[in-house]
Each structure stands twice: as structure tokens, then as C-alpha cells.
Design a binder for this molecule. Structure first.
Ligand SMILES: C[S@@+](CC[C@H](N)C(=O)[O-])C[C@H]1O[C@@H](n2cnc3c(N)ncnc32)[C@H](O)[C@@H]1O
Length: 313
């Protein structure tokens, strides 16, 4: 289906307060939805954390998650790993306790327990007691109060600093590509200030054109980097709204920004996780190149579909 059909629907939905939730609705019809969310959120959270060598035995170990989305599972995993306080923030408030309950049904699967035990500061008995307590919670508020989770949505940087301005761990999962460059720049500057000396910041970013994502509305005819062909004005017309916005930035931009903000790049893991439809590099619009801090080489803009950045101060 032509990507402009989905783009038009998203533009229309973004005019309504419920637009974001309506846009999310179709994926929840899959009968494996809650199981898939559980597997994806828990595995991705543990994968990102495995890039650190944090010692969570300190009494004040604090984590910040940028972009909670529709699932509080990564905050719960961070608690089970040993963080004493977890702050999770988003621009929209999308958490539902009923959804969390359905996803919780998978928390005692042996593969998850094995994974968490291999990385947590707690032993099996302690983890099982924590899981029992999580299952006893009858609302998101009771979950948050019992485990020192702070959910702020919508949030500002001042709201975060009202809770803490010193973090052992700052992370996000497929969120940064939805953030405008000016805000990204503020986030990276704050990260430089907020991260403890031995702290880690781990972000996983999806660099591709989201109109090429699988699903009912997928445009199978376009390259996964199709959006690089368009001017800023054209792209903003089609996807400048609150639901569809993506910044079209490749891994190179985040590395440039880290350098500008004096963050150390401990590692960058680039991935190509899906079939490639090569984009003609000559079709990349000059606006796309000019969005960079310094002009990148075109080959780099289509090199990776997804990537994980590990930063330190
Ligand atoms: C693709 S979702 C990912 C959500 C979640 N991390 C996950 O893995 O399911 C992108 C999320 O980023 C959030 N977002 C967009 N701009 C943001 C910003 N400036 N700060 C924090 N979150 C933001 C959106 O509201 C949305 O929940």
C-alpha cells in the first residue's frame, strides 16, 4: 500500500487527542500481542543493560528511561536487576494497568527467570518474592509505590531533575528517532551532566523509514531509506505530526552529537535486521545532508537499519 495512505491517516488521527492510541490499536489485535511485547521488552532491556558493567549494590542506584511507550516492563526489569529508583518518562501518557497485567502472565517463564538471575544483584528467592509482590499490585500506582518507579508523562527536563539529576543508567528503546534534533541536543547535554562518572547511557535507535515497517499498511515497494529522498518541507508536510514524526538521522548524527556534547562513545553496534531494498544514493536530498552537524558521506546514511550506542561521560 502506498506509504502516503498511512501518512494521511496518521495526519488525520494526530488531530485528535486519542489519535496516538487509535494508531496503536491495530497491532493489539494480534492474539500473541501481549506475549510478544513481554518477550521484546524484557529481552531488549536486558540486552542493552548487558553493555554495561554497572554495580547496582549501591543504595542509590538510579535509572532513567526515555520513552516509556505502552509498556512499563522495562522499568520493572530494571527494578529486578537491582536499581533502587527508576524514572521513566514519555511525551504521552499511554500506560494501562490492564495491559500490564496481561503481559505479567509471562514473567515466571523459566527463560526469563534464568536471564534475570544471571544479571541481577538478587538471588532466586529474592526475585521470586519481588515477582509475588508485583503480581499482588492492583494498580499502576501501587506498583510504582512498591518499587520506587516514577512515571512522568508528559514530562520536561525540569520534571526529571525534580526527581534526580544523577543517574547510573540512562536508556531508550527505539525512541531517539522520534525526537527533533534541538531536543536531542538538549538531551545529550543533560546526559553529560546527569550521568555519574561510572554510569552508562545506552540507546537503541531504529534508523529506517517507518512507512516501510511490516504490517497492514506496509509499503513493500519502497526502500527502507525511502525518506532520505525528500526535502525537509515535503517530509514535514507528510510526517511532521505527533504520531508519524521521525528525524531521518543515521548513526553518524548521534556520533557527531556525542562528540559535540563531549560524551565518550564506548561502543556502537550497527545492525541490518531486515531485507534491504537499496536506495539510489544520488536520490538523497541535500536537505538530509544539511541536517547534520558536519556533512556525512552518503554511504553511511544507509549503512545500518538499527543501532545501539553506549556512551559514558
Ligand atoms: C516506538 S515508541 C517506543 C516506546 C518504547 N520504548 C518501546 O520500546 O515500546 C516511541 C516512543 O517515544 C516517545 N517519544 C517521542 N518523543 C519523545 C521525547 N521527546 N521524549 C520521550 N519520549 C518520546 C513516544 O511517545 C513513544 O512512546
Amino acid at each position: 500500500m502506498n506509504w502516503k495512505i498511512k501518512a494521511s491517516l496518521q495526519k488525520f488521527l494526530s488531530l485528535s487527542k486519542l489519535g496516538d492510541q487509535l494508531n496503536h490499536l491495530p497491532v493489539t489485535f494480534n492474539k500473541e500481542y501481549h506475549r510478544n511485547v513481554f518477550l521484546y521488552q524484557t529481552l531488549e532491556c536486558l540486552r542493552k543493560f548487558s553493555h554495561t558493567n554497572l554495580n547496582l549494590r549501591d543504595d542509590d542506584s538510579t535509572a532513567l528511561e526515555i520513552g516509556t511507550g505502552y509498556s512499563v516492563l522495562s522499568a520493572v526489569v530494571l527494578v529486578l536487576l537491582g536499581f533502587k529508583k527508576v524514572i521513566t518518562v514519555d511525551v504521552t501518557k499511554d500506560l494501562r494497568f490492564s495491559t500490564f497485567k496481561k503481559q505479567l502472565a509471562y514473567i515466571e517463564t523459566s527463560s526469563f527467570l534464568e536471564e534475570i538471575l544471571s544479571k541481577s544483584i538478587y538471588d532466586e528467592d529474592q526475585i521470586r518474592k519481588m515477582i509475588f509482590k508485583i503480581k499482588e499490585c492492583n494498580s499502576l500506582e501501587s506498583l510504582f509505590n512498591s518499587f520506587n518507579i516514577v512515571y512522568i508523562a508528559p514530562y520536561s527536563f525540569d520534571d526529571i531533575e525534580g526527581q534526580s539529576s544523577s543517574f547510573d543508567y540512562i536508556s531508550s528503546q527505539v525512541v531517539l528517532e522520534h525526537i527533533k534534533p534541538e531536543i536531542l541536543s538538549m538531551l545529550f547535554k543533560k546526559t553529560k551532566r546527569w550521568l555519574k562518572e561510572d554510569g552508562f547511557c545506552v540507546h537503541t535507535v531504529n534508523f529506517i523509514d517507518h512507512f516501510a515497517n511490516p504490517g497492514f499498511f506496509q509499503d513493500k515497494s519502497i526502500s527502507e531509506f525511502n525518506f532520505l529522498k525528500y526535502s525537509n518541507k515535503f517530509w514535514s508536510f507528510w510526517s511532521g505530526n505527533s504520531i508519524a514524526y521521525t528525524n531521518r538521522l543515521s548513526y553518524v548524527y548521534y556520533l557527531q552529537l556525542a562528540e559535540k556534547c563531549d560524551l565518550k562513545v564506548v561502543d556502537f553496534i550497527g545492525e541490518n535486521y531486515r531485507e534491504r531494498i537499496e536506495l539510489d544514493l544520488n536520490s538523497i536530498h541535500d536537505d538530509v545532508l544539511n541536517n547534520y552537524i558536519s556533512i556525512p558521506v552518503k554511504e553511511d546514511l544507509v549503512k545500518f537499519q538499527r543501532g545501539t550506542f553506549v556512551f559514558k561521560v
